[in-house]
Design a protein around this ligand. Sequence first.
Ligand code: SAM
Ligand code: SF4
Length: 326
Amino acid sequence: MIDPFGRTITYLRLSVTDRCDLRCTYCMPERMTFLPRADLLSLKELDRLASAFVRLGVRKLRLTGGEPLVRRDILWLVERLSRHLRSNALDELTLTTNGSRLEQLAQPLAALGVKRINVSLDSLDAATYARITRGGDLAKAIRGIDAAQAAGIAIKINAVALRHDNLDTLIDLAEWTHRRDAELSVIEVMPMGTVEADRLDQYVPLTEVRARFAERWTLTDLVRSTGGPARYVRTDEGGTIGFITPLTHNFCGGCNRVRLTCTGQLHLCLGRDADADLRAPLRACGDDRLVDAAIMAAIERKPERHAFDYGSAAPAVARHMSRTGG
Ligand code: SAM
Ligand code: SF4
């Protein structure tokens, strides 16, 4: 799959549900309206679609959400998809989670071939964590991280930089992460969907975070091409930190990814509304010819770059991050 700008698409992020057991203030409103359950594709259908992407050249598959681990029978889907690891069609099967169910699921996920997991954790202070997530239990998330590491899964911690909630404690979070032999990625809050908070008020350009880190450590840029928006540095103490900066840097030139929602909408760019419906071709016929054709036609329409901009008060895209999973 090569798009009109010469970018080869090798990475699919699959949102298996838009539901979540948390309500992070930057991600969704407190009274979030979720999709009717009847609109969700079945796990079998998600497997069929994801497998079509693997057949067409995807080498890395990330399950996300909403919270992927709250989808019922999620291990069934992971088990199905793990056949692509065994056949070497896939290089990596991974997921992004808030960690709330990792304590129970880390071991089976590891047994199915999951080697790395991103866990979102914005604060190490229980009260701040509960406030940001609107009710999340920090100890539970940490037990999940412990269980994953005990199962041999490498952990990357994702933290959204929030001016009033965690900016002053990101160095502590980095140190905690590095002590656990994990990596930290800091993320700029993106204007996706409406939430109660004023995003401009929450937003911190990561140049500012990096400057704070540079007061604590000598930072060396790492050359690492993930095709994504992250730039990595190594601290003089040996820890790795990623900066995910859609607002202050344009990362679109090397973009290698597309996103599929749990209703079968293919999003061609995180920061644009361009999408394609794969549910109709999936359900129209038992073999995958129509699906393959719809995917290839969609890739032809992948936008050149995102439209994120804090110049306007309106969100750049109307959907919440929980629809596409970041
Ligand atoms: N529930 C899982 C989790 O939190 O890791 C997976 C889905 S969540 C939507 C994926 C990532 O998107 C998380 O790291 C979260 O912090 C991030 N995120 C959510 N809304 C965001 C926003 N408006 N701007 C930047 N990152 C956001
Ligand atoms: Fe849920 Fe993840 Fe969004 Fe937080 S960031 S509300 S954990 S989907």
